[in-house]
Structures are given as structure tokens and as C-alpha cells.
Design a protein around this ligand. Structure first.
Ligand SMILES: Cc1cc2nc3c(=O)[nH]c(=O)nc-3n(C[C@H](O)[C@H](O)[C@H](O)COP(=O)(O)OP(=O)(O)OC[C@H]3O[C@@H](n4cnc5c(N)ncnc54)[C@H](O)[C@@H]3O)c2cc1C
Length: 441
């Protein structure tokens, strides 16, 4: 049977475990932590429930079995992520970023780096191991692949000190989930993207480095205060003559950091897509329950009014369409060794933007009471607005990726649907980053 959406027995069990964890253990923490005014304290309030997620294998689910990890497929990850995000997508973002950090080590690291860091990630006796994915910068991130030399594109530099066999990092980053760790001394491992060649553009001049916690010259200078996703943490980070051994360069990313960024944000695309499904599901659950019980003074529950039924139906359609696109994109990544740049972007953009309209419709059908902070639509709206702008923004990064793929002469519009292997090349980068210029190699 080539197409079958039925979950296996193992997947149903995984779903039940994730649902029980989310509803019983995460929900009480999320409700309280969301109210904490200080963003760092809100994150720290999730530490105990994070340990439970770690025990259950959710924090490092993507680490392959050969390194002692759970070795979950991308489709399995979809099942878990939807359940967690139906309760809190901020907490899920913390888990997601462990993957954005450690998968580049798996894809581009040396055998020694993989042995050290993937094993450490799954064998932490404290169960608090975090990965920080350090890409975004205060001056802007979308044009990381600009063909123009520094200071266009990525600004943080990594200068090679041949005499000491070290790289020296300088500059500022921001938005880097988990990067501060639980105590502002840094995540256990940070993967930092930096400019190794200031004269070159983003397609040749970027590389990625491992910066472990407590490295001198790495400082958390602030914590960003966001409207939603309150349970996760986004710090500001300063690199000041931060010296790391040259062996901390991920060898496969030398001059190839642009490909590393895109592959990581491709992997996270369907995860962000299914996160949006989780939030839509929570919005529908609340709105449906409300419509079945609230009469608006009519003497009959408003579910019996046509407009309520129609709006609820519209939300349900969006949930189902978004879920299967995310599953499809995840399945494509499973089939093609994480190479599925088109599908990753399609699910990230489509599901996130659809979810904003779905939560808005849930508010419309519930009516004025949806605007009260007493009810969950307040948090759902604050959380959902993140989807189009995080995890590589839908305008400056994700749509630009699709544009680059579609403009390439090799583009086959049926490849994704037919599960045919595709190749993402550097020539697909740089599109639209210099307005009005042809940037193809
Ligand atoms: C909760 C959360 C978690 C995050 N976690 C991380 C993380 O772990 N690590 C990390 O590094 N970052 C993280 N980020 C940042 C996130 O990945 C952003 O998507 C990323 O910084 C890019 O933002 P942007 O696309 O808005 O780029 P910007 O460079 O700020 O661009 C702003 C806007 O300008 C326009 N624009 C810019 N250039 C172009 C162009 N060439 N063509 C068309 N339009 C353009 C677009 O409208 C774009 O949206 C996080 C953000 C949030 C909110």
C-alpha cells in the first residue's frame, strides 16, 4: 500500500505517550509559566518538565540509534510535536532547537565531533542538555546568502589565527533559542554560523563552529521579551575575541555555511508546520466546546447557527490540509536523507500562515468573550503570530528559498508530489538578496 495514513501500533503508542505528557505534565507548567513577566524566569520554570521530556526521549528524539539516541523518524517526530504544540508551542521550540543545533553536527561534523556531542546530548545525567542554534543577528538575517561582501549578509566574523590553531569569533547575535542555557552561561553546545571570508559573499564565506558552554568571550547580554512562545528563551549574545580550537569547525561547513543554514531550516519546516496544526487544534477544541454550550441569549447553543458551523468547518479543513502537508514533507525528508528543501519551505509557510487565520476565525466564532485574558484564545493568538516570522521568516527566507528553487532550470514541479529525489544547490541561493540583480552562478 503506497499511501496509507494509518498510524502503526508503535506510532499510536508514541502519540498516546506524548498526549499524556502534554496534557497532564506540560499543561499545568505552561499555564503558570506563560504568566511570568520575566522571560528568563518563564523559561527556567520549564526546567523540571524539560527533564521529563528528556526522559521520554522527546528532547533528543532525532539522534540516531548508532549514537545511543531514540532514532525517531521525521514522521514520528510529527506525531510527538503535534501533541506538545496543542498545549504549548513555546516549550516545543526549546526541543526543536536541539535538533537545529545537533543535526548539523551529524550532517557536517567529523567522526570525533559526532561521537563526542551526539553521545553527550543523550547521556546527560542531569537531563537538562540544551543545544543553541546561533544564526540570527541584530542587523538582520534574511540575506545571509547575499553575494555581497561583509558587512552585507552575516556580520559575525570568525578569523583564523594560524599561529595558535584557533578561530576568533567577534560580533553580536540575537534570537538564538537556548543559547543562554539555563543559567546564562551558555547552552551545553552552541553551533554558531560566522563569516570566515569577509571578502566573499554568503555563498562562499560562511562556516559553522561548535562553541561549548563557558567558552571565554561568549556572553549572554540580554533576554528578549516576546509577546508569545513565552516558555522558550531567545537571548542576545556577544562574541568578544572568543577563541575556539580550529578543530571546532564543522568540516563539512567550511565555506558552506549557507547550505548548512538552509538544510537545518528545511528539517525544521515540517516541525514548525505541525506546530501550527497543534495550535489550530487547540483553537478548534475551545471554539467547538464554546459553541456547543454558549447561547448568546438566544436560548439555543450557537453551534446551531449556520455561521458558527461554517466557520468551525473552515478551521477543521485548514487543520487537516496542514497536517497532511507536514506529514508529507516529513516523509519526503525521511526518504531522501533530510534533503527536501522545497517541501520544508512549503509546509513551514503554508501551515503557519493558515494557523493565524484559523485562530482569528476561532475568535470570531466565539465572539467578544474570546478577547478576555481568562480564555485560551489570548495565548493561542500570541503564540500563533510567531509562526510566519520564526524559524527562518516566511518572507525573507522561506519564500526566497522557494523562489530560488523554482527559478532554477532543473526545477521539476512534480518532484515533491512524486517523491523524486531533488538536489538543492548553491546556485539557488542569493535570489532576491540584491534587488534587481541577477545573482546566479
Ligand atoms: C521564538 C523564536 C525562536 C527563534 N529561534 C532562533 C534560533 O534558535 N536561532 C536563530 O538563529 N534564530 C532564531 N529565531 C529567529 C528566526 O529564525 C528569524 O526567522 C530569522 O532571524 C530571520 O528573520 P527575518 O526573516 O524576519 O529576517 P530579517 O533579516 O530581520 O528580515 C526582516 C524582513 O525583511 C524582509 N526582507 C529582508 N530581506 C529580504 C529579501 N531579500 N527579499 C524579500 N524580503 C526581504 C522580509 O519581509 C523579512 O521578513 C527565532 C525567532 C523566534 C521568534
Amino acid at each position: 500500500m503506497p499511501i496509507d495514513f494509518t498510524l502503526t501500533d508503535e506510532q499510536r503508542e508514541l502519540q498516546a505517550t506524548a498526549r499524556k505528557f502534554a496534557q497532564k505534565e506540560l499543561r499545568p507548567v505552561a499555564t503558570e509559566a506563560d504568566k511570568i513577566r520575566d522571560p528568563f524566569e518563564a523559561f527556567v520554570a520549564t526546567r523540571e518538565v524539560y527533564k521529563r521530556a528528556y526522559e521520554l526521549g522527546f528532547a533528543m528524539s532525532f539522534v540516531p540509534r548508532e549514537y545511543g539516541g531514540p532514532g525517531a523518524s521525521n514522521v514520528d517526530l510529527q506525531i510527538v510535536a503535534e501533541e506538545i504544540c496543542a498545549v504549548d508551542p513555546g516549550f516545543a521550540c526549546t526541543l526543536l532547537v536541539n535538533g537545529l543545533t545537533l543535526l548539523p553536527v551529524l550532517w557536517y561534523g567529523s567522526p570525533e565531533q559526532k561521537e563526542e556531542w551526539l553521545r553527550k546530548a543523550v547521556n546527560d545525567p542531569k537531563k537538562t542538555f540544551l543545544g543553541g542554534w546561533i544564526v540570527s543577528e541584530p542587523g538582520g538575517t534574511a540575506n545571509f546568502d547575499s553575494p555581497r561582501p561583509h558587512p552585507a549578509g552575516m556580520a559575525v566574523t570568525a578569523t583564523y589565527d594560524r599561529k595558535n590553531g584557533e578561530y576568533v569569533l567577534n560580533g553580536r547575535k540575537m534570537w538564538n533559542t537556548n543559547g543562554c542555557g539555563w543559567d546564562k552561561r551558555g547552552a551545553d553546545i552552541n553551533v554558531v554560523l560566522a563569516r570566515t571570508d569577509k571578502a566573499a559573499g554568503g555563498r562562499e564565506g560562511l562556516s559553522a563552529f561548535i562553541v561549548p558552554r563557558d567558552t571565554k568571550g561568549f556572553t549572554t547580554t540580554g533576554i528578549l521579551d516576546t509577546m508569545g512562545h513565552r516558555l522558550t528563551v531567545q537571548p542576545e549574545i556577544l562574541f568578544e575575541d572568543c577563541r575556539i580550537p580550529e578543530t571546532n569547525l564543522l568540516p563539512g561547513t567550511r565555506g558552506n555555511g549557507d547550505i548548512c543554514i538552509t538544510k537545518a531550516f528545511t528539517w525544521s519546516g515540517p516541525v514548525a508546520g505541525i506546530a501550527a496544526v497543534g495550535v489550530m487544534r487547540a483553537a478548534l477544541d475551545f471554539a467547538l466546546d464554546w459553541c456547543r454550550n454558549y447561547t448568546a441569549g438566544s436560548g439555543t447553543p450557537i453551534i446551531h447557527f449556520q455561521n458558527a458551523g461554517y466557520l468551525l468547518s473552515n478551521i477543521k479543513m485548514r487543520i487537516e490540509a496542514a497536517r497532511y502537508l507536514s506529514w508529507k514533507a516529513a516523509h519526503y525528508l525521511d526518504c531522501h536523507d533530510f534533503e527536501g528543501q522545497e517541501g520544508g519551505a512549503l509546509s513551514k509557510i503554508f501551515c503557519g500562515e493558515l494557523a493565524v487565520s484559523a485562530v482569528s476565525d476561532a475568535m470570531r466564532v466565539v465572539g467578544v468573550n474570546s478577547y478576555l485574558k481568562d480564555y485560551p484564545l489570548d495565548k493561542l493568538m500570541r503564540d500563533v503570530l510567531c509562526f510566519p516570522v520564526y524559524d527562518a521568516g516566511n518572507m525573507g527566507m522561506q519564500r526566497r528559498r522557494l523562489h530560488g528553487i523554482m527559478a532554477d532550470p532543473s526545477y521539476n514541479p512534480l518532484a515533491f508530489a512524486q517523491n523524486l529525489k531533488t538536489r538543492f544547490t548553491k546556485s539557488m541561493h542569493g535570489v532576491d538578496s540584491v534587488p534587481g540583480h541577477e545573482v546566479r552562478a
